[in-house]
Design a protein. Structure first.
Length: 702
């Protein structure tokens, strides 16, 4: 029976229609991974309104293609222009751009392509082996064990054991997401919580609202600030020579054969890191880079431009992609942010990853696993032609990117519930995301907490109803609680008491700083967003001091927000039934009050830095003020156009948004704005009638 399901899944994946969607997803993912300001998660979020009504098989194939290809291509722009397209491409950029300066960009691109295929294939093999094994083990878990395992995943994401992020800020972010998940109907007893007079939210906050608000709108607002990066890429585009496809692909395999053991170690490392929730490709690439010096054939070249180091980084990055999907399909727990978005998409399509999905939709699971392998082949084949077209890709005007992405976001915000107020919730989530990022609270917890909250609560209350509190002190639950507390303690120690927190960054810079081009080791953000004039005057040490002062201020802000939100939850939950208020108050205590108190105490001890933050704030340059105004103008246009759609019509307001954005960013080119008006209007009209979307009609009746 299992063999039949596996064969059905393979046949489903190799159907012409699904292969077509995989290739489309790979192309879109390579575009999203290459262009700064976009990423795999942003591209998926923007495309979601177009794709989520597709058949589940085609939908999942396209999304997996975007995810895997974006990870591969995140280092392409870094190798060529010293500007990584996304965070996983930063370690590849350090080595790859050094090779480009030596006239060896083709070497770096070739080995990156080959190592990505090897890592992807290794990860797929691990999926085939580990998904059934995890499903078998989880079948022995009861309700208490399942709930505690999900909480364990949330703690891993929050406390930053490997990533060294502040554990208490992580808990605050997760707490906000979990509280969002408690809004609406309580699944066990049926009571309405927090929003009794708002029927729109009785089903809770939709994942689509959060995806678009947290991952799409802030990136669109940031696009005007990336003009510096894109201009730099345009100036460098087409200045290097690339050989024939045979030489391009052949060089990669030559280097791979010489470093088989190092690449395999990196593949294992990437898969393991990918499986651990909350870490993903970014961490796996850095860890593979850190260990490359010990494993490659020519360790003396690491830091000066090493194709072997790139092989280790890219194989680990791409092995982590299937790795992040393993806990999602077997346990229903996403491995990273993008996997959480994919999990949300499955839920929108009526699929619930986990042990039940293997039993009810096993053929689809195996089709997705096979699709991951096909994705690796697709981006390997497309790597050479994509490199040839990369110079043309960076020529895309920013105003056209915003003109396309903005209407797609508005479309998804409306279609989530065919509601203007529901779409406005999406716009509010964008503000929440921006504020959380400003005070240093990770936004990953917003989506992940909202997804897992109800599942955890249902299992916790069922376990409590069966055996009371003693159910959680049996051997297995007790061990899991001890593991959760241990992970939390390790995260706190590493971030607050260990000297390694600062030494890790210094040692990483020392490791890669073996070449003469020390300017390449500056913060990659300097290559993406041009430094303000005032920041340039300050110098590195002064900028570092300003950053430390701001960090101290974020402790105070995050702590006060957590305490205030915890008080609100306790106050509003007083009118709930006993079981209905149990989980919200537990969240408020563990994820809000506890970190809020500790962050406030830390802020008290760093009150001098907080005072300096307000006294010595760097004045913003004219360019920085302009970037900020551009961002908020785009946000205001989104709000205005969206709320005018019932009056003017949805197609019309999307066309007006494109016209307004194009005219605002390039006021001297009215023809371009008019062209954007008609092109975007026609595009949205095609989508409306092609997918039979029910959108507001305007005076023209279209």
């Amino acid at each position: 029976m299992a063999t039949d399901t596996l064969l059905q899944g393979i046949m489903m994946a190799f159907s012409p229609g699904n292969i077509m969607w995989i290739v489309i997803g790979v192309i879109l993912g390579m575009i999203g991974g290459t262009l700064p300001g976009l990423s795999g998660s942003t591209m998926i979020a923007v495309l979601l309104p177009v794709m989520y009504k597709m058949p589940p098989g085609a939908l999942t194939m396209a999304i997996i293609g975007v995810y895997a290809a974006a990870t591969y291509s995140s280092g392409t722009a870094g190798i060529l222009y010293n500007i990584p397209g996304d965070a996983p491409g930063v370690p590849t950029t350090i080595e790859g751009y050094r090779l480009t300066l030596q006239g060896k960009s083709k070497d770096a691109l070739s080995i990156a392509c080959c190592a990505s295929l090897i890592g992807n294939t290794f990860g797929v093999i691990c999926m085939v082996v580990l998904i059934p094994s995890f499903v078998y083990v989880i079948a022995f878990f009861g309700t208490a064990e399942r709930a505690l395992f999900s909480i364990l995943a949330l703690v891993l994401v929050s406390v930053g054991v490997v990533t060294r992020e502040d554990p208490f800020k992580g808990l605050v972010g997760m707490g906000i997401g979990l509280i969002m998940g408690t809004v609406g109907t309580q699944a066990n007893v049926g009571g309405i919580r927090f929003v009794g007079k708002m029927p729109l939210l009785w089903d809770g906050f939709l994942n689509l609202w959060i995806i678009l608000g947290v991952y799409a709108i802030p990136q669109v607002m940031r696009l005007p600030q990336l003009k510096y990066a894109l201009d730099k890429m345009r100036n460098l585009a087409g200045k290097d020579y690339i050989e024939s496809p045979f030489a391009f692909y052949g060089l990669g395999w030559k280097v791979a054969r010489q470093n088989v053991k190092a690449i395999l170690r990196s593949c294992v490392l990437g898969t393991v890191i990918g499986i651990i929730p909350g870490i993903g490709a970014l961490t796996s690439g850095w860890l593979a880079y850190a260990t490359a010096r010990k494993n490659v054939k020519h360790p003396e070249l690491v830091g000066t431009g090493s194709v072997e180091a790139i092989a280790c980084i890219e194989s680990a990055n791409n092995a982590a992609v299937p790795g992040t999907l393993i806990p999602m399909f077997s346990l229903g727990i996403p491995g990273n942010t993008t996997a959480a978005i994919i999990l949300s998409i499955f839920i929108l399509a009526g699929l619930y990853p986990g042990p039940q999905m293997m039993q009810q939709n096993g053929d689809l699971v195996w089709a997705i696993v096979t699709g991951c392998f096909i994705t690796g082949i697709a981006f390997y084949i497309l790597a050479y032609p994509f490199r040839l077209g990369c110079g043309k890709l960076v020529m895309l005007p920013i105003n056209w990117m915003i003109a396309v992405m903005g209407p797609l976001i508005l479309l998804g915000a409306f279609l989530a519930k065919n509601s203007i107020p529901g779409g406005n919730v999406t716009l509010v989530f964008a503000l929440v995301s921006i504020f959380c990022s400003w005070i240093g609270v990770p936004v990953t917890g917003l989506l992940l907490g909202n997804i897992l909250c109800r599942t955890i609560e249902v299992d916790l209350i069922r376990a409590y109803q069966l055996d009371g509190i003693t159910r959680f002190f049996r051997p297995v639950p007790a061990v899991m609680i001890l593991i959760i507390l241990s992970i939390f303690a390790i995260g706190v120690y590493q971030n607050y008491f260990s000297k390694k927190r600062k030494e890790n960054a210094a040692s990483a810079i020392k490791m890669v700083g073996q070449g003469d081009d020390d300017e390449l080791l500056t913060d990659q953000d300097d290559n993406i967003v041009e430094l303000d004039e005032e920041q340039k005057k300050l110098g590195k040490e002064a900028r570092k001091r300003v950053a430390e002062n701001k960090e101290a201020f974020t402790f105070l802000a995050a702590g006060l927000i957590a305490l205030a939100l915890g008080i609100v939850v306790f106050t509003m939950s007083a009118s709930f039934g006993r079981l209905s208020r149990l989980w919200p108050r537990l969240i408020a205590t563990v994820f809000l009050f506890l970190p809020g108190v500790i962050l406030s105490i830390r802020a008290f001890f760093e009150r001098e830095k907080i005072a300096c933050y307000f006294k010595e704030r760097v004045p913003k340059s004219a360019k920085s003020k302009r970037d900020m105004i551009d961002s908020w103008v785009i946000y205001a246009l989104l709000i205005i156009c969206f709320n005018l759609s019932p009056v003017l019509g949805f197609i019309e307001v999307c066309a007006l948004f494109a016209f307004a954005v194009s005219l605002y960013l390039n006021p001297k080119n009215i023809k371009n704005a008019v062209l954007a008006f008609f092109v975007i209007g026609a595009f949205i009209a095609t989508m409306k009638y092609g997918f039979s979307f029910l959108l507001p009609r305007g005076p023209l009746g279209i």
